[in-house]
Design a protein around this ligand. Sequence first.
Ligand code: AMP
Length: 409
Amino acid sequence: MSFDTFGLHPNLLKAVRGLGYTDPTPVQKAAIPAILEGRDLIGCAQTGTGKTAAYLLPVLHRLLHDARRGPRVLIVLPTRELAAQVDAHCRELTAHTPLRGAAIYGGVAFTPQLHALRAHVDIVAATPGRLLDHLTRQPAWFTRLQTLVLDEADRMLDMGFLPDLRRVLTYLPEQRQTLLLSATLPPAIVALAEEMLHTPLTVAVGSQTTPPAGLAHTVFPVSPSHKTALLLALLGRPAMVGVLVFTRTKHRAERLTETLRGVGLRVTCLHGDRTQHQRLQALEGFRRGKYQIMVATDIAARGLDIERVSHVVNYDVPGCPEDYVHRVGRTARAGAEGEALTLMTAAETTQVRGIERWLGQILPLEVWPEYIDAPVAATPVASGGVRRATSTVRHFRPRRRATIRRAGR
Ligand code: AMP
């Protein structure tokens, strides 16, 4: 199946070719025809599946056949980075069309966003808070709305945006197409969908329990005091070109960034306490290769699409298995290959067991004995009660041990 079969506008197809997409992804195959028909849709697809283009392409096609002016597509997203990312993707897809978009989020000046709305942009990608600021001052911005997209809906609910979302809805016309995209479909999302969508089609592609296919997972047992030294040893491997490192807290992200910078590594940091300007600079620098490493917390890195991520390192094991899947989904995007490396202290074995149960898969262990003061339990149990096969445990001795150890202390 090629993109030509959807009957999309030739100028959109030109952009698709320019981006190098040859075949539609599964979510695109399922969603594009239904959205073109004007149907409401619930899309349950993990990030990295091409879900953004799956809704943007048909929505843009419909806009190209609508002569009216003003914001007619509103995409609501949980974070500023995602709003900026979807706006950028939209620009790529509309490159050969007169359609224009704008991103609206907090932490940056209000007036340029106001100018963009006044200049009759067609597509707005927004976070709920700043969107409400605009709507309370000018309730009529979206009177011509054709399509509302709620992207990463489960995350918006997790982040407590439901009251804001309900308020946003009061400013929107009831006659509209509504698309709800969510990595998971917990009961709260289903209830929201029932309330807002009319006889929606549900498209589920992959599931939140499935990390990208081209991804290799490895777990490294480690003592807490050796985590940074082990990370430095891993970073010395030649293939580590774009490394996203996750920590549990903002404070740990800051501290680790300082340590890595202190040994001369090109590193930046992304978490919720950084200013919008700092966050965009960090992302851009990492995207363009100025930084080899970006240290981040979960909230800041959710849904980000950065091609260069060759490795995801869980410096701290995430508290819930879903976060593991989200984190590792930052690499091996759109069919590429990637590696997920997880540093596991004795206290974190329970979390790793939970991840293995969730995935129904035993994650291979790689043991570097010098980073373990006392033995770490190495027998996580997968869902069927299967004990870790000894063949999945590899013992490893880093080649550049002396240098690495000095660097880590
Ligand atoms: P998303 O799931 O929307 O975050 O998309 C993940 C990545 O897949 C983005 O970098 C897109 O540019 C890319 N992508 C989207 N559709 C396709 C396609 N049909 N073929 C190849 N890459 C794609």
